[in-house]
Design a binder for this molecule. Structure first.
Ligand code: DX5
Ligand code: ZN
Length: 218
């Protein structure tokens, strides 16, 4: 069974204090740090790029799980790899040459991920299943933190889990993940849980440990 990974999305962290936020959330029990890269084109919001990833890199040794919500993605993959991303996830919908994008990521020595928007079928990645290390099933429409989990995505998590079989591929979910939705997504097969508002919005006495533990227990 794939190990459970808690991946806080710093989209909901204090952007004026990102270095210490990243360190704190890892000290409080996070496995990965999820970095949401948005371009104002593929999604209707803008966040940050490689220089910010590079600036955060010295603050922790934890895995940087980089979710590229940008189109095209290919021209920027190398910059994100050099900035310190360990997992680089591109969207299936971001360009016509998914196989090439995945090859580019792996050739840079990084783990390659594919994200699927809620309307995109799992069948669209069948033919690249041996070219990837992570599948990200979006459980909201990408662009913003704090949205409501879309229940119809549960069926897609099950389908992706079946497609993965016994391959060493992580199955990640992103959007609306909180103690009340964790049970359903892990039962469907998800092992990597992205959470923004359910972690950064739920600190107790300045600690992220309670909300992280609540997700693990869910
Ligand atoms: C959505 C982003 C998510 C987001 C999750 O576009 O990809 O990572 O930050 O936020 P919550 O956990 O608040 O739904
Ligand atoms: Zn994300």
């Amino acid at each position: 069974k794939r190990p459970l990974r808690i991946a806080p999305s710093i989209l909901s962290a204090d952007f004026s204090n990102l270095g210490p936020e990243v360190k704190a959330v890892v000290d409080d029990g996070a496995d990965w740090v999820h970095l949401d890269i948005m371009d104002g084109h593929f999604v209707p919001n803008i966040t940050f790029g490689p220089p910010v990833v590079k600036a955060l890199r010295p603050h922790t040794d934890a895995i940087f799980d980089c979710h590229l919500m940008i189109a095209p993605a290919d021209p920027y993959i190398e910059a994100f790899a050099k900035a310190g991303c360990d997992i680089i996830t591109v969207h299936q919908e971001a360009g016509p040459h998914l196989h090439r994008s995945l090859q580019t990521i792996r050739n840079l020595g990084k783990k390659a991920g594919v994200a699927l928007n809620p309307a995109t079928p799992v069948s669209t990645i069948e033919h690249v299943i041996d070219d990837l290390d992570l599948i990200l099933i979006m459980t909201v429409n990408p662009g913003f933190g704090g949205q409501k989990f879309i229940p119809a995505t549960l069926r897609k998590i099950e389908q992706a889990n079946a497609l993965i079989g016994d391959r060493p591929i992580d199955l990640e979910v992103d959007g609306g993940i909180a103690p009340d939705t964790v049970g359903a997504v892990t039962k469907a097969g998800a092992n990597a849980l992205v959470a923004g508002s359910a972690i950064f919005g739920k600190a107790e006495n300045g600690s992220y440990r309670p909300p992280i533990e609540a997700l693990r227990a869910g």
